[in-house]
Design a protein around this ligand. Structure first.
Ligand code: SF4
Length: 450
């Protein structure tokens, strides 16, 4: 199929797919253009920082169906992507990312995930497969997502995405590219030995070559090209956004603020966002930082324990997050940690390769736990790790992680939950565990000395 035919086919399919999406969200009969207008009652500039983040995600989500925020229609070159495929190259080439794990969380937030999961299970997807993947698999079967131009996934974070993407590539008959990321480079980078550092450089070179192949793949299948001036601009936005993100992080780790955080803070989920490389993400993290600084409250009688949050939150409706909002002060989180150095505008692809290589979560449990101990443990009272039971990656390491934190004297509560699938949600039991944990923090000598 040539490119013109693909665009024509995608355009027609996306019109049907957005109708299907509205139907599964209980909006059958509503015109897509009206649904879009309903989703954006306020202008971006008039929103709170966390609402700006939501606006950006929703806007890109509709754009992937060729719908603009004013209800008009414009064709978008869409690349389905897994969480840690770098977005800067996509934006610099004019490609719109559609991140499947993020879509699963959007389905959960609108209450539309459970039925998609059941659809996947009815089609022989295993009951204990990660629910992020399963919700999207159900959506593919029900044809509610926009047909991609291309699909790009990576073998890291998380492991099932490349497998799942193969299924989607077959279903939509669109080409797929997989970035193969070597495991454990972060371990080597922190070992300090010259031999290990040389292996890190080999890993960065290996990814660099693949990114060059990825650029050629995008051009071959979409006709889009990479312009160096655009790339420089995109890198600059990412670096600016990173600076504001870090300044906001430092502020809430070191000080109390009366600005509301809670779930909002977790929803920034900065290092998994698909908006790195856009101009508006600079505004989001800048407004967040300014909001925190404008509400510093050192004399606050706010005595809630300062908590670092690990992994993500439940995205379906549950009283848990409202309860925690009142009981804890989320002072830092794994998903808002900018783990990389600023990107180099003079050598952008190599610096993106380096960031991709050195993902601390794609390393041994020992290395990633040690990093958390070094980064935050002096400033917090404890950690809450909310891990999906089906998560091989994070839940799989929780026993060892718990032992390491215990030795370091850092209290941790691991909640066995789910982010997308609400079928096993049992708030009263989780609440009992949370209450016991929070009570133990008050008695902890390390915290009472503070
Ligand atoms: S929840 Fe765990 S298994 Fe699922 S995508 Fe995330 S890291 Fe992977």
């Amino acid at each position: 199929m040539n490119r013109e035919q693909m665009i024509k086919e995608n355009t027609e399919q996306r019109k049907v797919q957005v109708e299907n999406l509205l139907r599964v969200n209980g909006l059958e009969g509503i015109k897509p253009s009206d649904a879009v207008k309903m989703a954006f009652p306020k202008a971006f500039e008039d929103l709170s920082p966390s609402a700006k983040r939501g606006y950006l995600n929703t806007e890109q989500f509709f754009n992937a169906y060729n719908l603009d925020t004013n209800g008009e229609s414009t064709y978008r070159h869409v690349a389905w992507r897994s969480l840690f495929v770098p977005t800067e190259i996509m934006y610099a080439m004019g490609l719109l990312p559609f991140t499947t794990e993020m879509v699963a969380s959007q389905l959960a937030m609108t209450g539309a995930a459970r039925e998609r999961i059941e659809t996947a299970e009815a089609h022989n997807f295993s009951g204990d497969l990660c629910s992020f993947m399963k919700a999207v698999a159900g959506g593919v079967i029900e044809n509610i997502f926009p047909t991609p131009d291309i699909l790009i996934t990576s073998t890291h974070l998380c492991d099932p995405s490349a497998k799942y993407s193969e299924l989607a590539a077959h279903t939509y008959k669109r080409p797929e590219f997989i970035l193969d990321i070597p495991y454990g480079l972060y371990d080597l980078a922190t070992s300090g030995s010259e031999k290990d550092l040389a292996r890190v450089e080999e890993g960065v070179d290996y990814i660099y070559e693949q990114l060059q192949e990825m650029i050629a793949f995008i051009t071959e299948h979409t006709g889009l090209t990479l312009e160096s001036e655009k790339m420089r601009q995109v890198i600059q936005w990412t670096n600016e956004a990173r600076t504001w993100l870090n300044e906001g992080n430092d502020t809430i780790l070191a000080e109390r603020t009366s600005a509301r955080k809670g779930v909002r803070e977790l929803d920034y989920a900065a290092n998994v966002m698909q908006t790195w490389g856009t101009q508006r993400i600079v505004d989001v993290y800048k407004s967040r930082c300014k909001e925190y600084k404008a509400n510093l409250d050192p004399k606050s009688d706010n005595t809630e324990p300062r908590i670092t949050w690990f992994h993500l939150r439940p995205y379906f409706k549950t009283p848990l997050m409202t309860y925690l909002d009142e009981k804890i002060d989320i002072s830092s989180s794994q998903v808002n940690f900018a783990f990389w150095e600023p990107l180099d505008p003079a050598d952008p692809i190599r610096s993106i390769a380096r960031r991709t290589a050195l993902h601390p979560a794609f390393s041994s449990v020992t290395a990633r736990t040690r990093m958390a101990i070094n980064e935050v443990s002096d400033d917090i009272d404890g950690i809450i790790a909310y891990y999906p039971k089906s998560c091989r990656h994070f839940h799989g390491g929780s026993i060892m992680e718990n032992e390491m934190f215990k030795k370091a004297g850092v209290p941790i509560l691991t909640i066995d939950g789910d982010c997308i699938d609400d079928r096993g949600d049992d708030f009263p039991i989780v609440k009992t565990r949370v209450d016991r944990f929070l009570k133990s923090l008050k008695k902890n000598p390390r915290n009472t000395k503070r």
